[in-house]
Design a protein around this ligand. Structure first.
Ligand SMILES: [Cu+2]
Length: 180
């Protein structure tokens, strides 16, 4: 065997081994995507990301061609007590043997500049990018019925806004139980 082909064989083994090992570490459950209305230019996706590995990892980016931009977001209460979303450039940790919750009112994947409205039961193709593990392709079903779930309303100051109070107050617990 020549030096060249030995090297090529060694590389092939490495390339082959890495994705297989990484693939088994991260698993996505219960994904769904929403947008607030048919006119909305933004949408969000939620899911549970399991890390079956014995080292922590991070979700550091998400990509999709359904919108101009895809960002990792969280909700904060700013100095004036207003709940708003901010980008988290460093992403979210997924503890070893644990899970990352992307949920209403918390961390989420944000689609900014939707190219077309989200349609119920269609899917949004998203690539999740991790610090350690290989990228994962996820088909995320659009579930606009989740918009009625008041899960996102658990931060106090939303009711000072223009939203309908009546639809927010009942059943906050039912909604969050449903996401498990
Ligand atoms: Cu957001």
């Amino acid at each position: 065997m020549s030096f060249k082909s030995t090297l090529a064989a060694a590389c092939a083994v490495v390339l082959f081994a890495l994705p297989a090992a990484a693939e088994s570490q991260i698993e996505v459950h219960h994904p769904y995507a929403i947008s607030s209305s048919m006119m909305a230019t933004a949408g969000a996706a939620f899911m549970v990301v399991h890390n079956h590995g014995d080292t922590a990892d991070r979700l550091i980016a998400a990509r999709s061609d359904v919108s101009d931009m895809v960002q990792l977001h969280t909700h904060i209460i700013d100095e004036s007590g207003v709940a708003r979303m901010v980008e988290v450039a460093e992403g979210f940790e997924i503890p070893a043997g644990g899970e990352l919750l992307l949920e209403r009112g918390g961390n989420h994947v944000m689609f900014i500049g939707l190219h077309a409205p989200f349609v119920q039961d269609e899917t949004v193709h998203v690539t999740l990018v991790f610090e350690q593990a290989d990228e994962i392709e996820v088909e995320i079903p659009v579930d606009l019925t989740q918009m009625g779930q008041p899960q996102a309303m658990d931060h106090g100051n939303m009711d000072h806004g223009s939203m309908d109070h009546g639809s927010m107050d009942h059943g906050a617990m039912d909604g969050s139980a449903d996401s498990n």
